[in-house]
Design a protein around this ligand. Sequence first.
Ligand code: NAD
Ligand code: MG
Length: 338
Amino acid sequence: MIKIHVGTDREYDILIEKGLLKDCGALTAAVKAPCRAMLCCDETVASLYGEPVRASYEEAGYQTALFTFAPGERSKNMGTLTRLLEAMGAAELDRGGLLVALGGGVAGDLGGLAAALYRRGIDYLQIPTTVLAGVDSSVGGKTAVDLACGKNMAGAFWQPILVLCDPETFETLPPETYAGGMAEVVKYGMIFGGRPWELPPAEMVAACCRHKRDVVEADEKEGSRRMLLNFGHTIGHAVELASDYTVPHGQAVAIGMAAMARAAEGQGLAPAGSARELEAVLTGLGLPIATGIPTDAVKAAARADKKRGAAGITIVIYDRLMKITMEQLDQMIEEGLA
Ligand code: NAD
Ligand code: MG
């Protein structure tokens, strides 16, 4: 079993092993005595893994209740959050209760926020079942729901007490969801070096989690170091927004990384041939490197990006941060997506 320690204000371990899911109850009991536990997952994940996970917790002595919601980003809202909080109340979780967020980033963000709010904060743990959740969203303690005014607009920093990742669960992912998570894996490789996408699943998750751990430890609240993890995300977010979210996040990040790589190379900010190399990796993983969305629409969406400061925007070129004006970003989008 691979164990990664995260030394944020509230310390915890990430445990990664194929087949670990069946032992999640016992592994949790090692850090938190059996109590009332609310299992939070979407309906797809519930039908695949809900019963074995619940049985494992019951066997370890926890009294479990199950909360499910319709799969997808649309469920990551205040309505679902309220229903979850009420379900926790109905299940009589007290301040010593536990929330188990099982599934992708939606279950993690929603469940984590419910844990942060319920009775002013209870313990929770993450059991990621998507590549994206395993390598990204389950680490770092960011929780949120979406509001009508934007994605992740209501949230909290709330660290889990444990993260349990069983890469065997990735085997049931739809190909597009699997590939989307791999875009974040490529991102880590481009920022920190190495080729994590070529590793076996458990080692791949571990390599990415170590990078994210190092960044969040150095910079627990959003700051300059954490911004490195936005490689591909400035243009990626704009593509997502301009497509009205029909291009999924991972695929948009792949397009964003490729566009940034091409623009940076074109402006002499990255070595010759580097964009081609990245494109080959992304294509090999079944990810897109271009979009049919007009560049003007992408530019307009980029101007609405929440990370924009008054003076301009900080972009990421592989492992470097660069402050540029919105006009310079327009030019990079133009060059990168032409
Ligand atoms: P998701 O949770 O919606 O999961 C994607 C789809 O995969 C869903 O339909 C789900 O039912 C299905 N699924 C999950 N596990 C499965 C499995 N093992 N087998 C078969 N199907 C399975 O989405 P996601 O891509 O995991 O996460 C995206 C969310 O994560 C977004 O809301 C994003 O904002 C958030 N996020 C949060 C952070 C953070 O730091 N908190 C970081 C990145 C992304
Ligand atoms: Mg991302």
